[in-house]
Design a protein around this ligand. Sequence first.
Ligand SMILES: [Zn+2]
Length: 318
Amino acid sequence: MSTGHYKAVGQLKPLFSCSFVASSIYKHSDNVFWFDVMPRGEEKFVSVYIIIDEKIALIETGPASSNVNLQNGIEAAGINLKDIDYIIPTHIHLDHFGGGGHIMDLCYNAQAVVHPKAYKHVSRIDRWWEGSLDFLGEIAELYGKPRPILESRLISADEGYVLSLGQSNLRALHTPGHAPHHITWVHGDEAFVGDSLGLWYSDLNVSFPVTSGYYRHDLALDSIDRTSSLDLKFLHHTHFGPRPAEGALEQVKSEFEIWMSTVEEGYRKNLSSREIVKILFDTRSGLKQTDMSHGVHQTATHLGSVEGMLNWLRRKDA
Ligand SMILES: [Zn+2]
């Protein structure tokens, strides 16, 4: 994979190449590293971060289906699986933590840190998996079925929970909206933002919303506002890579608002989600390019986001 793509983003430098896939480990700072976990070979879709302090933490795991890439990426960063202390998802959607149980089986000294609302699903996966199949259909099968994690290896992170890593710590900022169990992990003046700030396209210098079937627009905007108040320098997106924070929160919030007003106008006119996506493609600068140059899921992803917003409007009307 070409690394020139990332040169626009400040401090990023590939550390060294891994032999297993055409990817690289990127050094973001002295203690934050990241790589492309490439589920089913799809590039620039899921980034996994590693924080190396006195403790070692992995942020996100990607889905079960890319677990071998995950293991290889960790090892290519010079880290032994048994030396990982914490495995920390922003939320448990399959593309973020579907591989959580698989990697926990190998990182046998690690504990996983999850939102209290995700705790039960992670230890008893039946409802998590059924819900994923319901919502994602065959994409859930492509991501692969999660494995359960023993309760004795789970930490439940309430709002404000602080996890010390040594010189630095991670603080849980509950950021519902995309999902009720979503956590933004604040690390100094940077944060691992999961899906709370949409999808970041570094080559287009823009982020677009991403929602789920139980999207809450009011909470999503409130989460963006609370993240804005932190005066952050970098936002570490799962989809995809680090984004300098300057101007980002304003751009994201206005994009969420414009999408919702476009969706609401379509909803009042009884337009289908496909027709609304077409309007967004025609009016939102850069959106069409995301579909042309970012893998097979993009139209489906944007369609899903419009449907999430329609669901929110329908629930509000009910
Ligand atoms: Zn998600």
